[in-house]
Design a protein around this ligand. Structure first.
Ligand code: DOR
Ligand code: ZN
Length: 482
């Protein structure tokens, strides 16, 4: 019988469909077998997981690791250490770094940095902006997991493309099959409101929410869905924050648009009532909203309207988060390390099942981005990306103990139940007994090479900007062609 590198004995294995007592054998970075302990092959090493749950490592499709560009906020080593401590085995990094990940050169530079420092696997987003549409081919060639398009301004001040440029960008990406992840907040609405509120002298934390009412997101999601439907581009709505966005999302799904969505713990667990307590610390884009949004967001996760949880891990320093003028406070806070404990706390409280949790945190992100079942699954042949967690452990989140360089979050002091004890990436412990395995720095690798998106489904290809220019004056609208 083949000898395994590792057998994790007597845990509770969790999949989206079941939680069952089993052992897991690992060899050459892959899962070799899942089953009864007496059916396991001999192993070089064993780990006793009695009383613990074995989850597929979380896939956080939305983090900002700031590298290159903002080393005082985070870098690939600190960000992926935070992931490892949070039971997260794959992250997708956003392109609002310096320089933005918008060219083949900046992408190659980020790949070089990430591959030398990462403790966990990763994908890199390429920027889809007004000026970068021509780079789509080169960015795919250079290895991106998908594209990020900012419909609204946020940290890094990446200009948001006009609707015309967005349509063209969708036309160009649709035939590639890649997914476009959208910061779906309409810039022109926010900009006008912010100017008016500033002129009226507002600088208080709630002014941030006042600038960005839910209609900002509703309008953006609706418009993006129309463009996706027209072009056949695949889109993903990042950080869904409001109940009102769910209607355009549901309707687009019902029409067959390839649209997916994520929300995060801060929209599920924080509310407008928390601005008084936290001030700028909870300033994030989109904003934390009125408490009435929370139940519909949970319900949308439960019924599949929202596909997954992701964190928008957005580290900044305490100084950058505690300025008096809310409009000068940097947006976002760290989350990659606390998502799993926060969500497991909700699970322990009866909000959802542990199977639901792994569907939202691992299986669905892997499916939506073409990584399933190499990632996001505990079954023979899958990568051995595992979070081994103690669901009974009660503890208090302490920002000072986070791996992230950003030691300021609204989660500080929060009581949680559920703690990842060990994290494995492709069969290797990257975090063991709550200690980082230092020599896994640089072990993480880009997952773009294993991505398999379904066949592209471009639509209206005879009406794209490129096609109408190419066809010239002799072309006739299709229905007139004999
Ligand atoms: O609050 C946010 N911070 N929202 C974003 O979209 C970007 C992020 C950042 O990079 O800091
Ligand atoms: Zn973000």
């Amino acid at each position: 019988m083949t000898t395994a590198d590792l057998v994790i004995r007597n845990g509770m294995v969790v999949t989206p469909d079941a939680a069952f007592a089993a052992s897991v054998a690992v060899r050459d970075g892959k899962i070799l077998a899942v089953g009864a302990q007496d059916a396991m092959p001999p192993a070089r090493e064993t780990l006793d997981a009695r009383g613990l749950h074995i989850l597929p490592g979380a896939i956080d499709v939305h983090v900002h690791f700031r590298d290159p560009g903002y080393p005082h906020k985070e870098d690939w080593a600190s960000g992926t250490a935070a992931a490892a401590f949070g039971g997260v085995t794959t992250v997708f990094d956003m392109p609002n770094t310096i320089p933005p990940t918008a060219t083949a050169e900046s992408l190659a530079e980020k790949h070089a940095i990430a591959s030398s420092k990462a403790h966990v696997d990763y994908g890199l987003y390429g920027l889809l902006g007004e000026e970068t549409i021509a780079h789509v081919g080169a960015l795919i060639e250079g290895g991106v997991i998908g594209f990020k398009l900012y419909m609204g301004n946020t940290f890094g001040k990446i200009p948001s493309p006009s609707t015309g440029a967005m349509l063209e960008a969708f036309e160009v990406v649709a035939p590639t099959g890649k997914r476009i992840s959208l910061h779906a907040e309409t810039n022109s609405i926010m900009e006008r409101r912010e100017t008016q509120l500033r002129n009226a002298g507002r600088r208080d934390p709630l002014a941030h929410l006042a600038c960005r009412p839910a209609v900002v997101a509703v309008e953006a999601v609706s418009r993006a869905a129309i463009l996706a439907e027209w072009t056949g581009a695949r889109i993903h709505i990042l950080h869904i924050s409001s109940a009102d966005e769910l209607r355009p999302l549901r309707e687009a799904k019902a029409r067959g648009v390839d649209i997916t969505g994520e929300t995060g713990p801060h929209y599920l667990m924080l509310s407008a009532d928390d601005y008084a307590r936290f001030g700028g610390i909870i300033r994030v884009n989109p904003p934390v909203r009125e408490a009435f949004n929370q139940e519909p967001l949970w319900a949308a996760l439960a019924d599949g309207t929202i596909d997954m949880v992701a964190t928008d891990h957005a580290p900044h320093t305490p100084e950058e988060k505690t300025r008096n003028d809310i409009f000068t406070v940097d947006c976002g806070f760290p989350g990659v390390e606390t998502q799993m404990p926060l969500m497991l706390t909700a699970m322990n409280a009866g909000r959802m099942s542990i199977c639901d949790y792994v569907r939202w945190s691992a299986a669905n992100p892997a499916r939506v981005f073409g990584l399933y079942p190499t990632k996001g699954a505990i079954q023979p042949g899958a990568d051995a990306d595992l979070a081994i967690v103690d669901l009974a452990r009660s503890w208090i989140i302490d920002d000072a103990k986070l791996q992230s360089r950003s030691r300021v979050s609204p989660w500080h002091g929060r009581a949680v139940q559920g703690l990842p004890l060990h994290t494995l990436v492709r069969g290797r412990f990257v975090m063991r007994d709550r200690v980082l395995v230092e020599d896994t720095r640089g072990f993480g690798r880009s997952v773009h090479a294993i991505q398999r998106m379904p066949e592209p489904q471009p639509r209206n290809t005879d009406k794209t900007s490129a096609e109408i220019v190419r066809a010239g004056p002799s072309a006739r609208p299709r229905e007139h062609v004999a």
